[in-house]
Design a protein around this ligand. Structure first.
Ligand code: SF4
Ligand code: SF4
Length: 328
């Protein structure tokens, strides 16, 4: 039996591939993007989160922790995350549900049972030659390739059931893992954040060398394999990091020149700050806590730059919420 660590399932998802999908969020990621929108998915360990609004200040949890990891401070409940064993005893003892575990360990078999309950929503199989676009299951995260055995077994089980699959990846993995997962995948959603290797390292903690090499590997795989799949590129638009004219031009040129003919969509995803409270619940600082959403004009400007970069314009799509600017 193969087990994996996941955060949760998102049902009726419409943003992680075509049609109506169920997205499985894996736990654990090899990148540490400064703007990460899913901070709870970075660590592969099960974590504990505290909801201040639900807390009664009864301090039952402090006595329940066998490791002395909890202290009530002026700023709320402090969790010593270095020594927390994720045993869940504090959450069990809490009378108001103010403490919750983030993530769970699940077997492929049990997860498949859950995913197949949504079968009625998936129009299968549509991505590979069908006439209409269909839904299915997307593996996202975190980073699915970070748990290759689990991801491969899950994709295999889904394909055996005729479910369309998508792999949402940051691209930092081995070609060996790609060889295992690509034959089981109908759509690859590949994050290409920053083209310049130095800036990529500065903002994500790693070089993009392997990521770009993997894109070329996927291109060649796509061109030579009997069973093709779709490749969508996604670039998050992060103010001061990825949304510069230079970066969008460079990414667009790369897609047009190096991946010519392989990419079927380049999605520009507007920065969002919905994760702000999640950082607080995890006791983490977020460099973008005060950064507002982009305006519609700013998003349109990014789309304009992308459309002038050389990639076919009809493949470029700007998505995400923007903020309204009050008239002066
Ligand atoms: S047990 Fe729950 S309600 Fe009581 S102090 Fe701890 S977190 Fe707050
Ligand atoms: S999960 Fe266990 S070790 Fe961690 S704070 Fe709660 S009781 Fe303590």
């Amino acid at each position: 039996m193969i087990n994996g660590q996941i955060l949760h399932l998102q049902r009726l998802s419409t943003e992680d591939g075509p049609g109506i999908r169920t997205t499985v969020f894996f736990k654990g990621c090899p990148l540490h993007c400064a703007w990460c929108h899913n901070p709870e998915s970075i660590s592969s360990r099960i974590q504990t989160q505290w909801f201040s609004v639900r807390c009664l200040d009864c301090r039952t949890c402090i006595g329940a922790c066998p490791n002395g990891c909890l202290t009530m401070t002026d700023d709320g409940l402090a969790i010593d995350r270095e020594h927390c064993q994720a045993c869940g005893k504090c959450a069990q003892a809490c009378p108001s549900g103010a403490l919750e575990a983030i993530g769970r360990t699940v077997s492929v078999e049990d997860l498949l049972v859950e995913l197949l309950k949504d079968r009625a929503y998936y129009e299968v199989p549509a991505l590979c030659g069908g006439e209409k676009s269909g839904g299915g299951v997307t593996l996202s995260g975190g980073e699915p390739t970070f748990q290759p055995d689990f991801a491969e077994a899950l994709l295999c089980g889904l394909k055996e059931q005729g479910i369309a699959t998508a792999l949402d990846t940051c691209g930092l993995t081995s070609t060996h893992t790609l060889d295992r997962l690509l034959p089981l995948t109908d759509l690859v959603l590949f994050d290409l954040k920053i083209n310049d290797p130095v800036l990529h390292h500065e903002f994500t903690g790693v070089s993009n060398k392997q990521i770009l090499e993997n894109l070329v590997y996927i291109r060649d795989y796509c061109r030579t394999q009997i069973r093709p799949f779709e490749l969508w590129i996604r670039t998050p638009l992060i103010p001061g990091a990825t949304n510069s004219e230079g970066n969008l031009q460079a990414v667009g040129r790369y897609l047009a020149d190096t991946l010519n003919g392989t990419v079927s969509r380049w999605e520009l995803c507007a920065f969002n700050n919905l994760c702000r409270d999640q950082y607080k619940r995890l006791g983490m600082e977020w460099a973008y806590a005060q950064t507002p959403l982009m305006t519609a004009d700013e998003l349109a400007h990014c789309e304009q730059i992308a459309k002038a970069s050389g990639l076919r314009q009809d493949l470029i799509l700007a998505t995400g919420a923007t903020r309204t600017v009050e008239p002066q």
